[in-house]
Design a protein around this ligand. Structure first.
Ligand code: AMP
Length: 437
């Protein structure tokens, strides 16, 4: 008898079970293909980082840093690394830029094109499409200030979504200026919002003084009416920022990529300068409608204590993109194996294992060692999505043959064990184990 209630996953995190993992695998595979197609190289960065990386990179005043960071409790760190305070990463850009310098990638040919896929952690209120652990496809071009790189990142990541067959994806675009033009614009924005402060949501009342650009991120009903008349940063860009933005738009036009200018798009991270963009999907609701986004971050390297170095990047949400792939394409089927070996008696286990080994020379194969009846095994095989069943009785095992049954057509024929690899060649088609890797 269990003595306490069964243990469940922590709130806001989830298991990706095989049925859903298949869509994830398709999404990750398309991400790697798109990135490699543009010459991006894969990198791994730690899930654990010093808190300062996030504080100085993402920004100490962002919601991510103030409210959503998971801080780690550790044992004995104080002796090894006095003062080390560690967090679970909420995003990967700051880590990738740190790795670019720490690993000496800044010494080689520039720019450096990198991508990584992995889990991020944010302690946000869980809801559909928003989780406390989620996975991102993260893309970075470090070491080149050209607007052409901004457009390359957009083109590559749009290609990723298109390769997955996602319809109704739209691109939103804005420029949020840089150190030269943003401070004066922020003062204008504060002048506009200060007289309205009492009518704003409490979070926004604080933002007016502390981080006015964040006022545009607000989704509270009571703050919406004031946005329309607020000064827009694209009307206040300095000359170099305006020129860069014009070039981004011209290059998007030349590439045939459609976009919608959204003066309220500011994104939740402090490190962005100039171009910011977001891909949205029509059928994802409300605040969770972004599939991914990114922008230029020319000030990030210096904020982390490294030499001034330009960069541009993108982060796409694997969870949300996989949800959309499932919604549009239906469940991506992954049979546990292309061949199911079905021994009819217990004493055939060793022979069945050997037949499984031979099948695996050409296709994935699993053996049903259960003591169920053949009928029950056949029913399970039909339901599994496997392509073939290799049925074995004692007499046939003696002759080293199986009955190989095509589960779709019901056709069945006798095949010698040694001929199985040739008979099964190509059985792992789309949706097979290869496809899920
Ligand atoms: P961000 O790093 O906030 O720009 O997010 C980039 C993308 O990651 C978003 O567009 C989402 O697709 C995804 N994402 C961000 N936060 C979450 C979350 N809490 N749960 C699921 N996906 C997320």
């Amino acid at each position: 008898m269990p003595t306490s209630s069964p243990i469940r996953a922590a709130r806001g995190v989830r298991d990706i079970l095989p049925a859903e993992r298949a869509a994830w695998a398709a999404v990750e595979r398309a991400a790697r293909q798109s990135a490699r197609g543009f010459g991006y190289q894969e990198i791994e960065v730690p899930v654990i980082e010093p808190v300062e990386l996030i504080e100085r990179g993402v920004g100490g005043d962002t919601d991510i840093f103030r409210k959503e960071i998971y801080r780690l409790e550790t044992h004995g760190d104080s002796e090894d690394e006095p003062g080390a305070r560690l967090v679970l990463r909420p995003e990967a850009t700051a880590s990738v830029v740190r790795a670019y310098f720490q690993g000496g990638l800044n010494q080689g040919p520039q720019p450096v094109r990198l991508f990584t896929i992995g889990p991020m952690f944010r302690h946000d209120r869980p809801q559909f499409g928003r989780y406390r652990q989620f996975s991102q496809f993260d893309v970075e071009v470090v070491g080149d200030p050209s607007p052409a790189c901004d457009v390359e990142v957009i083109e590559m990541t749009w290609g990723w979504l298109a390769a997955l067959g996602l319809g109704s994806v739209s691109l939103e675009l804005n420029s949020i200026g840089d150190d030269r033009c943003r401070p004066a614009y922020l003062r204008l924005l504060q002048d506009y919002y200060r007289p309205l402060r009492d009518r704003l949501h409490p979070d926004c009342q604080r933002r007016v003084d502390e981080n006015p650009l964040r006022l545009f991120d607000c989704k509270e009903e009571q703050c919406q009416p004031f946005k329309a008349a607020a000064p827009r940063i694209i009307d206040h860009l300095c000359e170099p920022c305006a020129t860069a933005f014009a070039e981004v738009k011209a290059l998007l036009d030349a590439a045939g990529l459609e976009y919608r200018l959204n003066p309220y798009l500011v994104r939740g991270l402090d490190y962005y300068t100039r171009t910011v963009f977001e891909f949205q999907h029509g059928s994802l609701g409300g605040a969770q409608n972004a599939l991914g986004g990114g922008g230029r971050y020319d000030g990030l390297a210096a904020a982390l204590g490294y030499p001034d170095t330009p960069g541009v990047g993108f982060a796409g949400g694997i969870d949300r993109v996989a949800l959309m792939v499932e919604q549009e394409a239906g469940e991506v089927p992954v049979p546990p194996a292309a061949v199911l070996v079905l021994p009819m008696e217990e004493r055939l286990d060793a022979a069945a294992a050997q037949v499984g080994r031979l099948c695996r020379r050409a296709a994935s194969a699993a053996v049903d060692y259960s003591r169920r009846s053949l009928r029950a095994k056949m029913r399970a095989a039909d339901r599994s999505g496997a392509r073939w069943a290799a049925i074995m009785n004692a007499e046939e095992a003696g002759r080293r043959v199986v009955q190989l049954r095509d589960l779709a057509s019901g056709e069945q024929r006798e095949v010698g064990w040694e001929d199985l690899p040739a008979s099964l060649a190509g059985a792992d088609g789309a949706g097979g184990p290869e496809a899920s890797r």
